[in-house]
Design a protein around this ligand. Sequence first.
Ligand SMILES: Cc1cc2nc3c(=O)[nH]c(=O)nc-3n(C[C@H](O)[C@H](O)[C@H](O)COP(=O)(O)OP(=O)(O)OC[C@H]3O[C@@H](n4cnc5c(N)ncnc54)[C@H](O)[C@@H]3O)c2cc1C
Length: 615
Amino acid sequence: MKIAVCVKYVPVVSRIQFDYEQKTIIREGVPSEVNPFDLLGVVRAVEMKNAAGGEVVVVSMGPPNAREGLIQCLALGADRAVLVSDRVLAGSDTLATARALSLALAREKPDLIICGRNSADSETGQVGPEIAELMDIPVISQVRKLEYNERCDGVIAERIHDEGYQVIEASLPALVCVTEGVAPELYPNREGMAAAQEKPLEELSAAALSSDLTQFGVEGSPTWVQDIRLVEPDRLGVIIEEEDPVAAARQVSEALKERLAVLESGAAATGSATDSARYPGVQDKSIWVVCETAPGGLRHVTLEMLGKARQLTSFTKSEVVAVLIGAAQEETINALAAYGADRVLVLDNAGLGAAWGRSVGKALASAVDETPPYAILFASTPDGRDLASGVAARLGLGLTGDAIDLEVDQEGRLVQLKPALGGNVVAPILSKTLPNLVTLRPGLLTPIDPDPAAAATVEHIVTADPSPEGRDIKVLEDHREEDTGALALTQAQVVLAVGMGIGGPENLPRIRELASSIGAALATTRDVVHAGWLPDQIQVGISGRAIAPRVYLAVGIRGAFNHTVGIQKAGVIIAVNPNRRHAIFRSADYGIVGDWETYLPPLVEALKPILNGPD
Ligand SMILES: Cc1cc2nc3c(=O)[nH]c(=O)nc-3n(C[C@H](O)[C@H](O)[C@H](O)COP(=O)(O)OP(=O)(O)OC[C@H]3O[C@@H](n4cnc5c(N)ncnc54)[C@H](O)[C@@H]3O)c2cc1C
């Protein structure tokens, strides 16, 4: 068995500094590390090799100093390393990177390829699924548990999704993108580093991969970054040290009322109005929205994407098309029409396997090829990312991952605003190819007010073959927990997040009661998830989700960078923590210094009239 692990050597994002006056990123002196998710992949690959035999080869594309990262992987037990390094590759976007890596991997002919769920610096999560599509092998992303099946001709993986997790079997060769939980976090020791010096590390140039160098680097990249906009931190950092918890609560609630009024009047002034005109049948610059559904109906992100698409019609003057993967139920079609769809394109995946799988991607790609729209919007969820990456790689199109907004510039180009480096910068991305493909981060955009009288025409995407590819992935189990709280969290206006400082799971009933009294959804930190107190679907942060509620209450949370990157788009952040030196006070607008048991109940009481409205 040969396992190849793709690793990226990335700057330690939390150490990057920003010069807001000069509008520059200060990269000098910033150390680099192996992307943490890739490192987990290496550790799991070595564990699997130790159990079943075989070889682990680590493959990286990057500058010459990426050798250092590869040596760390060798020190952790990988057998060989391959570094693809060449000036020609500089400036590669995800597709150009996936092309180079897939060619390097093809030379290795691995049985299993492991990638990290995303890189810490660019945060797209696209390269893995794009490699799989280019190599024509199945992909499973968001994998927190991975092993070979009994016959060792496939893998069994636990893939997390918003409502729970699925147990999936994929035949080999296959590619999996791993996330936390798949292996313990290990770091190389001195003996490992000494042994690594003796292990083979091969360097490859771009020419060793292909004679067509135009497919790599800036030239081969279908997307390009227009410029970089720095996001200046604008938290107020007011610290309240008050012996009387009721007085502390009053100070926060009074300040919050004013702050929300300021923020909301600003938002109303800048928000662009939606053109109420509809353009049914006008296909000149159609926008397709690939819908996400949950057992209860349409996911909120679908309505958000439709809302954005409708807003863009004031420039495109064309129809909005909802692409519905699954059965066409009347209720769903009506809801899609009410929220902005002029046409519903149904892709019935009954014979095609998972909604995010290769066969659906192939069918969607053929439909796109037949009548190319101006743009296709996918949700930045595990399903949306996999599907979008598959379509992009199949059609050679640019794809912007995890965008937070879309604009149309004066030349009619779709500007896709993508955060990077932990949300400290926003990069406006443009695509050289059409249609524009983008995944949009849930929870940030606003649906239109539904029009119950609106109607949409319904058409079906004809799928040619009942898909041999569908069969190389089998969903063995689908665990949809009653309520992981994930859906409520993405749509919540108010979030109460708890960290280790709440003391233990025995305090959760009290916390839940307080949260529900102000209509707040619950969120948490990674440490709480690891302690098993709350499910990982409601983890906020770099390896959890990013959310944008109106008000975020951080209770017993230290404020680690890995957590606060997930709340940068929150309206107002309020913290309760006894240790005023902890980082959460720098990330919050208002911070009460004190323990939660004393200070949270009166705070919640004082917030009720603001958050629930007057009685
Ligand atoms: C690769 C990687 C990815 C990561 N991804 C994430 C991620 O996505 N999300 C995430 O959250 N973390 C993530 N982390 C972990 C992160 O770095 C922190 O370790 C974690 O966020 C800390 O959780 P915490 O604040 O709950 O716990 P702690 O660090 O234990 O902090 C507890 C806080 O509670 C306060 N406290 C104690 N008693 C009380 C009391 N009575 N009342 C009120 N407050 C009290 C303490 O002062 C302290 O500030 C990641 C780490 C790594 C290495």
